[in-house]
Design a binder for this molecule. Structure first.
Ligand SMILES: *[C@@H]1O[C@H](CO)[C@@H](O)[C@H](O)[C@H]1NC(C)=O
Ligand SMILES: *[C@@H]1O[C@H](CO)[C@@H](O)[C@H](O)[C@H]1NC(C)=O
Ligand SMILES: *[C@@H]1O[C@H](CO)[C@@H](O)[C@H](O)[C@H]1NC(C)=O
Length: 580
């Protein structure tokens, strides 16, 4: 069972948005390297986690139960009046007739009856009037006249703002007519009034949120301003390649004594890289590429593409990569490097088969390049293809036994394999392998974090925490480790304030850490601090690099905005909704 579903099913009284949202981030794999930031959103439902359908399977009628005249409050009828003379009685009789026609599928005739009911009903009988409008909306719905559905539901809601059925119906009509914001607001109100217990309503909410998230992400993506990730992130990204021609050339070459300003083209880019002046790399590479007599164009192109990729400028990255990949003259090491990086980009763009194709081509060109297997292993791990992942990491380690990240990722995939096949013997072996990995590579933070993840899976929280602490010791600038440690505390004993403290620290280290903003935002939703949550999601959104990731963030934001709005409108105190 995954961590996420374990939390969701922890079962303290039904699900609520506040719970599923934290549950979703608890499933984030530590194993995903920095090149694969978006993949953690794969397979996590925005919505509900996995819960069996509501046991309360009663289906209610679309119409509100006709109030039997005899059941009515006696005071509503003036004594001594006949049905003909009493307007409310008359209205209820029209409604009953309408309901009969509705059930017989005669919707137009039913509408006539509801019209009459509305016409004769005294205006102070708000509940009854609301019912008539709601029922007429149901008939219009059957006739697919959605604008009328919306109008009638709105009238019903003016008369009775907490009318769940009218909210649900308007939500549906708005969804069908692409008025998604109103739909979300209505379905949110319905969810809240039903105490998040009605599975159908929750599923509608889920659907609308996804659709709205996608729409918002598409719009935002079109005007996205590329943001350079933190220096630490860039450093880690490059260190996930052992055979990167660019960083290798830096190690072998002498550092130039010249100031960056005196250099041109690739030399300038090199100097900018060394001095962590990353903003200048793309222009410097462009200078190299456009110079007439350059022999380093391919190298400059890959470097530029890598920075486009880091900035989330996918089209430009793909264009540069393609030129190198398709060039028969280009150096094989360069082509392979371009293929691996393009493969990771394809993963971000939800094109796993193209990704695998690029890896395949890379193997054909240079079968002894350990980077190919290391990165393909990560892709396979994320795709849950354990056998392939293990084989890849095996190969990567065999070629390059001293590359710690590959080594420990192999341990991790072995662990997953042992776990899935319930092989206890292998499991123990894997635990020993982790310990020896830590002894062999005490400076590698991944060794600690992946082991910590495994320990936390085994519910050995205390030990897991110790290893996260060690990871922080060796990589104190790494914001994501703090976030993972925060999540551990959440899972361990629901310690929200400790989690908040750790994640706040992560944001101090790296204000561009989207994962930290998102996670903290989700926790704030859980704590009922919706305004703060919205602020945090607003900070995360511009940092998202792919449309998929952005659409996930918009869904979180839209959900929080809708809940805040409804809570205000209905006077619900949202802070009571969170976990104890
Ligand atoms: C849940 O909501 C749906 C409409 O979204 C409604 O038809 C159904 O009767 C509700 N179920 C319960 C148990 O209230
Ligand atoms: C931070 O640490 C994690 C876990 O060790 C690692 O996967 C990641 O690449 C590191 N760097 C960054 C920038 O996240
Ligand atoms: C991986 O290597 C180990 C030995 O290091 C071996 O036992 C195992 O069979 C290999 N697995 C695969 C899938 O190649």
């Amino acid at each position: 069972m995954t961590t996420a579903s374990r939390i969701v099913e922890a079962g303290d009284g039904g699900i609520s948005w506040s719970k599923w949202s934290v549950a979703a981030i608890l499933g984030v794999p530590v194993a995903a390297g920095v090149g694969y930031w978006c993949w953690r959103h794969f397979g996590t439902e925005i919505g509900l986690g996995k819960k069996s359908p509501s046991s309360d399977g009663r289906t209610r009628s679309a119409l509100d139960v006709p109030r039997k005249i005899g059941e009515a409050d006696a005071s509503e009828f003036t004594a001594g009046m006949t049905e003909e003379q009493n307007p409310l009685k008359k209205a209820l009789a029209h409604k009953d007739a309408g309901n009969k026609l509705f059930k017989a599928g005669k919707y137009a005739e039913a509408i006539e009856c509801y019209n009459m009911a509305i016409e004769v009903c005294p205006t102070d009988k708000k509940q009854d009037l609301a019912t008539f409008y709601q029922n007429r909306a149901a008939a219009y719905e059957q006739m697919k006249v959605y604008e009328r559905v919306k109008e009638d539901c709105s009238k019903a809601l003016e008369l009775n703002p907490k009318y769940v059925k009218a909210l649900q119906r308007r939500a549906k009509a708005c969804e069908l007519t692409q008025d998604l914001l109103q739909s979300l607001e209505d379905v949110t109100a319905a969810c809240m009034l039903e105490g998040f217990q009605n599975q159908t309503t929750l599923l509608t909410a889920d659907r609308v949120l996804k659709e709205l998230g996608r729409k918002h992400a598409k719009e935002a993506m079109a005007k996205r301003v590329p943001i350079m990730p933190s220096k630490h992130f860039i450093k880690t990204y490059f260190s996930s390649f052992v055979e990167d021609p660019f960083t290798k050339s830096l190690k072998n070459g002498k550092e130039s004594d010249s100031a960056e300003a005196d250099l041109r083209g690739l030399a300038r880019a090199r100097q900018a890289f060394i001095q962590q002046n990353f903003e200048d790399i793309i222009p410097a590479c462009t200078e190299e590429i456009s110079s007439v007599d350059s022999s380093n164009k391919d190298e400059a192109r890959i470097l530029r593409a890598t920075f486009y990729l880091l900035l989330g400028d996918h089209d430009n990255a793909l264009e540069d990569f393609a030129i190198v990949v398709n060039s028969d003259e280009a150096d094989v090491k360069l082509r392979v490097n371009a293929l691996i990086k393009r493969a990771s980009l394809h993963m971000q763009l939800e094109e796993p088969s193209k990704s695998i194709e690029d890896f395949h081509l890379a193997v054909k060109l240079d079968s002894e390049n350990s980077d190919i297997y290391h990165h393909r292993g990560q892709v396979h791990l994320l795709m849950e293809k354990m056998d392939e992942a293990i084989a890849d990491f095996n190969k990567s380690v065999a070629i390059n036994p001293n590359f710690p990240i590959s080594y420990v990722q192999k341990c991790y995939s072995d662990y997953r394999h042992a776990f899935n096949t319930r092989n206890m013997e292998m499991m123990q072996e894997v635990m020993r392998a982790f310990q020896s990995a830590i002894e062999r590579f005490p400076g590698c933070s991944e060794c600690y974090t992946l082991y910590a993840q495994v320990l936390s899976d085994q519910q050995e929280y205390e030990k897991a925490d110790q290893h996260f602490k060690k990871a922080i010791e060796v990589d104190p600038e790494n914001a994501t480790i703090y976030v993972h440690r925060g999540l551990l505390h959440l899972q361990w004993n629901g310690d929200l304030s400790k989690a908040v403290e750790l994640i706040t620290h992560a944001l101090k280290l790296d204000s561009k850490c989207e994962f930290a903003h998102e996670t903290l935002g989700t926790i704030e939703v859980q704590r009922g601090n919706l305004r703060r949550a919205i602020e945090l999601f607003d900070k995360a959104i511009p940092l998202a690099k792919t449309e998929m990731e952005m659409s996930h963030l918009f869904s979180l934001r839209d959900a929080a905005v809708a809940q805040a709005k409804v809570a205000d409108k209905m006077g619900i105190n949202i802070s009571n909704v969170g976990l104890p």
